[in-house]
Design a protein around this ligand. Sequence first.
Ligand code: SF4
Ligand code: SF4
Ligand code: SF4
Length: 250
Amino acid sequence: MIRVEQITRRGFLAAGAVGAAMVGAGGFGAVSRQADAAFVRPPGAASNRALAAACDRCMRCLQACPYGIVTPVPLAESLVAYGTPMLSFADGCCDFCMRCVEACPTGALSPGGERERDLGVAVVVKDACVAWDWAGCTVCGDECPVEGAITLDDRDRPVVHADFCDGCGRCEQVCPSASLRAYDASASAKGIVVASRESAAARAALAEGAISSAELAAGRTAASGEAAAPHSKGVHPDGPDATREAGGAS
Ligand code: SF4
Ligand code: SF4
Ligand code: SF4
């Protein structure tokens, strides 16, 4: 596990050095784009840009999460967002227990906002999803805890409904694609992946129904430039009662 002091001391020294180099090389545009990078964040982050500004990289949220799904943004992903929390659903998913929000001392994660129960949206990756590329898998739809977030089309392929999906990550966690398919280094390891609603990948999936692994790789953290409203209909069965009501924060 990454220690807090590794991020707050060594990390910021490294980030400062890289930042100076980027700015010195005329990298203001790159720094600005990184501020808009669209990561999947823990509950209660108003936006990627707002979280990057308010977070002091203390990693108390990481330590508070009982499922170990909070992880720091790597320096290679973003100088601006380096050390801020993002979510990884490889080994777990979010049940909106809100321990990360309660642990945050700066308000970077805060209760009551419209993102309190909205982490992002699941996108189907058509060349990695077994059902889209072949047939016979319904694991994500079977496991999704939010009624109406995943339905099957007339070919039994999963379709995500963005107005119901809250980005909890259960579908990504349980997707067995990698174990059912021949290895292909160019394909996503998962047939369904949660992306930030602000990402170009989520925007493309909304328009097309499913996207390719290449579109996912190119657009998962690239900001679409358009504001995206959180879901308004899905009701997650887990988490504190106060965060469970559909349609917004209380
Ligand atoms: S709400 Fe709970 S499960 Fe979800 S990221 Fe925060 S601490 Fe982890
Ligand atoms: S607890 Fe808050 S301030 Fe600390 S790293 Fe997490 S989001 Fe940032
Ligand atoms: S992220 Fe959660 S709510 Fe959305 S489709 Fe996947 S399992 Fe369902």
